[in-house]
Write a protein that binds this ligand. Structure first.
Ligand SMILES: [Zn+2]
Length: 81
């Protein structure tokens, strides 16, 4: 089995995680890992009542703010834990 998933995230991924702030709750950063295609995944854990989880609020502005100035591409998806 490859150990690629165990690599530490590159600086841009760590910077994005450190910069991300949900406008609607006190979100925290959950699991961060690289998949078999080399794409890094960062779980943003929102509060249970956060409107982002229900789709009432779009997190686009928060995503853009966190990625500002970084050489990263971001895909957003919500997963209910
Ligand atoms: Zn939130």
């Amino acid at each position: 089995m490859s150990n690629r998933r165990k690599l530490n995230p590159p600086p841009e991924v760590r910077a994005y995680s450190a910069a991300y702030r949900c406008s609607d709750c006190t979100s925290t950063i959950g699991k961060t890992y690289r998949d078999e295609f080399g794409v890094w995944h960062i779980a943003i854990e929102h509060d249970e009542t956060c409107p982002v989880l229900t789709g009432t609020t779009d997190p686009f502005a928060d995503v853009v703010n966190a990625a500002r100035g970084l050489a990263v591409g971001v895909v957003v998806g919500q997963v209910r834990l």
